[in-house]
Design a protein around this ligand. Structure first.
Ligand code: PHB
Length: 398
């Protein structure tokens, strides 16, 4: 261990090298703004972090228009709609017809791989496997990020601006003093049991199924690999379930008069995903700006997590670019308010479809029938369908 602390000065110090941190670094470097990314996890761990599989059109444009890689366009699949299924009947929402947009099916984990490769290709300074990270002096003109690198060398970064992109378990939001921060949080009484299966797709598009046995989502990855989920107890242990039991549970949640039958194959991965909704307010403290899961978490139902992170990063990048190009901090000063507007819309959408599609043990018949009314409101009206479609494909940015 080298006891001497090495000082690095840069323009933007990015704490967290997941998709949000790497995307910000990529945009900044393209604009000639110096930056360093540090990350506690190693490349493999982040690569294996579970994420949803749906990208909003705006997210795809951010990747394809900034030269990250063509993979999202060649290996991803455009989906122009989804099926909402209840009482055993599917109702297709046609996104192109309703709002003129599509979404892309592409494992969000692959985006990390693509971004990490692009940063490497472009000579970005990204340091994985660091330890003992601290942020300090955030309210001064010389904020600090301290860390020990993988070789045991201690560093202090002195940037103008700190970006906190260190995910839901990160340190950055805790650096906002308690009296200056509101933690808005709710837990849910259920989780998702998720599987990956080596099987062909069961349907052309994703199916969001509400049933008396609980929610199920029939998603996909590619021609040979499918992703499916069913609502379960948060304490469920995936190893207690045999493949036959899993298939029976998924199948009974999509059963209906149309005879929809899931195509089965070997189950190669099983996991339980927790559900929570969280928003940190404000998303700024002094010269530190939070983006992505560091500032907010959504349940996976609407697949909004990574999309929301990219929306934050775009707003933060525009503000930092303006700061260096014009000397004006107007956009930086408006950052928190601007991103929170979209964050709360996404929180509402994720909460709304989660509560509408999942069942609760203590549900009264009134509540069950009210939800049928709500689902019928969506599918039987073009306005209802458009409301869903606009949120699902992502609101246009202001
Ligand atoms: C997934 O494929 O992992 C996925 C897709 C859509 C969602 C959530 C997860 O809403």
């Amino acid at each position: 261990m080298n006891a001497e602390v090495r000082i690095i000065t840069t323009q933007v110090g990015i704490v967290g090298g997941g998709p949000a941190g790497l995307m910000l670094s990529h945009l900044l470097s393209r604009a000639g703004i110096e930056n360093i990314v540090i990350e506690t996890r190693d490349h493999e761990t982040i690569r294996n972090t579970h994420r949803a599989g749906i990208l909003e059109a705006g997210t795809v444009r951010m990747l394809s228009e900034t030269g990250v890689d063509g993979r999202v366009l060649t290996e991803g699949h455009r989906h122009d709609g989804v099926d909402l299924r209840f009482n055993g009947t599917s109702h297709r929402l046609d996104f192109q017809d309703l709002v003129g947009e599509s979404v892309w099916l592409y494992g969000q984990t692959e985006i990390f791989v693509d971004l990490a490769a692009a940063r490497k290709r472009d000579g970005g300074d990204v340091r994985f496997s660091v330890t003992d990270t601290e942020v300090a002096d955030l309210e001064t003109d010389v904020p600090k990020i301290r860390f020990t690198d993988a070789n045991g060398q201690r560093f202090e970064i002195r940037p103008d601006i700190v970006a906190g992109t260190d995910g839901s378990k990160g340190i950055c939001k805790h650096a906002i003093p308690k009296e200056k921060r509101t933690d808005n949080f709710i837990a849910y009484p259920f989780a998702w049991f998720g599987i990956l299966t080596e099987a062909p797709a069961s349907a052309p598009e994703l199916i969001y199924a509400q049933s008396e046995h609980g929610f199920a989502l029939i998603s996909q990855r590619n021609e040979h690999l499918q992703r499916m989920y069913f609502q379960c107890d948060p304490e469920e242990n995936p190893d207690d379930w045999s493949d036959d039991q899993i298939w029976a549970e998924l199948q009974r949640r999509v059963d209906g008069p149309d005879g929809l039958t899931l195509k089965r194959g070997p189950i190669t991965e099983k996991m339980v995903l927790p559900f929570r909704s969280y928003v940190c307010e404000p998303m700024r403290h002094g010269n530190m700006f939070l983006a992505g899961d560091a500032g907010h978490t959504v349940p996976p139902t609407g697949a909004k997590g990574l999309n929301l992170a990219f929306a934050d990063v775009q707003v933060l990048f525009d503000a930092i670019e303006a700061h260096y190009a014009t000397g004006s901090d107007e956009l930086l000063d408006g950052y928190s308010e601007k991103v929170l507007d979209r964050v709360w819309k996404a929180q509402n959408f994720s909460y709304w479809i989660t509560t509408m599609l999942h069942s609760r043990q203590d549900q009264s018949t009134f509540e069950r029938k009210r939800i049928q009314g709500e689902l019928n409101n969506i599918v039987s009206s073009r306005f209802g369908q458009q409301y869903f479609a606009e949120a699902y494909t992502g609101w246009p940015s202001a």
